[in-house]
Design a protein around this ligand. Structure first.
Ligand code: SF4
Length: 364
């Protein structure tokens, strides 16, 4: 056995940063980068315990649950290197057109039974334009809203016109999922059929329409720690309300099929760093949780996560919802939200992605 001396200076510095965030302060890009580069498990566990305190201070014991319905599957024109639904790769993933009302109603019933706050309609296509498809999407959102069993959310790709975002808002959409995926620097490694700026532009239209933003990324795609750090600061700048952290589940047939999985401690450290940078946001652990974290899944809450994607993912399986609900119960965490309207969060800028943005966000 090799004994390692304990570096008390690092312990004090983590505590100082944690205390600052608890008191309502912020950490700088350099300070965050230092946290992302912690190596020893003793230091990472210190970091987790502070991230846990920050979560408790700003989120109490509430955990926000979301689920998704794959509303249009496969045959997507885009070439996102992690995605089994892209038409550029041979993955054997299912393909079907936009769903009828029944599967959406069933998903809402299931969500309601399991204390799930929101159901997101997710479509595998480049984006949404005005026309019959937008009418159909708005119908599904209206039906979900009228059912009163769950908050209707959606993730429908790139939007190029303010009118489209306004129509979604009028139909009753409250929150739109649109990940930045990674840092601006790494983004071209993940996709070349649309740009990082296309994504920021979409978020700008949504914010202007008064729709809340669910935006995060995927880790384990080959990006560096600096890329993860930059992603967290971009998400802070756009004023994301929910920040999904997906962990790459390499799909055979996609360009990332042979990526090395991230070590569990690296994943937990990343979640904790996100909590330090985004203290009031819902940090949601989404795709790739079961396959990458295995027995360490419950540690995501100690790392600062305050939200969980439950039920099956778009094309891969998750652990049963009952098991997730039991995990929350065992940890003394409560998934029941009467009305989660994000009023506990500070609003960011207009969605332009600039850290210096002083434009007031439109309240939802
Ligand atoms: S991530 Fe979305 S846009 Fe990219 S290929 Fe998959 S379904 Fe298409």
């Amino acid at each position: 056995m090799t004994a390692k001396p304990v570096d008390a200076t690092t312990h004090h510095k983590i505590s100082e940063l944690g205390q600052r965030v608890l008191s309502g302060g912020h950490i700088s890009r350099d300070e965050a980068s230092w946290l992302f580069n912690l190596e020893s498990s003793a230091d990472i566990l210190d970091l987790l315990s502070w991230a846990n305190r920050i979560r408790e201070q700003f989120k109490g014991n509430k955990i926000h649950l979301c689920s998704i319905v794959n509303a249009k599957a496969g045959a997507c024109s885009e070439n996102c290197s992690f995605c089994s639904q892209s038409s550029h790769y041979q993955t054997g993933s299912p393909k079907y057109g936009f769903v009828d009302p029944e599967p959406v109603t069933e998903a809402a019933d299931e969500a309601n039974k399991n204390a799930v706050t929101a159901v997101g309609l997710v479509a595998a296509w480049k984006g949404l334009n005005e026309g019959p498809m937008l009418d159909e999407v708005c119908d599904r959102i209206r039906e979900l809203k009228a059912g009163g069993k769950t908050r209707p959310d959606a993730s429908l790709g790139i939007i190029k016109k303010q009118e489209v975002a306004n129509r979604l808002k009028e139909a009753g959409l409250e929150c739109y999922g649109h990940n930045l995926e990674s840092s601006r620097r790494f983004f071209p490694n993940t996709c070349t059929t649309h740009t990082f700026d296309d994504r920021l532009e979409t978020i700008g239209y949504l914010k202007k329409a008064g729709i809340k933003i669910c935006s995060g990324g995927i880790i384990g795609m080959g990006e560096t720690r600096e890329d993860r750090c930059d992603l967290a600061f971009e998400l802070k700048a756009i004023g994301a309300n929910v920040v999904p952290v997906n962990i790459l589940n390499p799909i055979p047939g996609t360009p990332f099929a042979k990526n090395e999985p991230l070590p569990v401690m690296e994943i937990l450290k990343t979640i904790a760093c996100f909590r330090f940078i985004l203290p009031r946001q819902e940090i949601m652990i989404a795709g790739g949780r079961t396959v990458n974290l295995r027995d360490a899944q419950s540690m995501i809450f100690m790392a600062g996560a305050s939200a969980l994607m439950v039920g099956n993912y778009l094309t891969t399986l998750n652990q049963p919802v009952e098991k997730d609900l039991q995990m929350l119960k065992d940890l003394g965490l409560d998934p029941n939200w009467d009305n989660h309207d994000f009023s506990d969060q500070e609003e960011g800028g207009c969605g332009c992605g600039k850290e210096s943005c002083e434009t007031e966000a439109v309240a939802g």
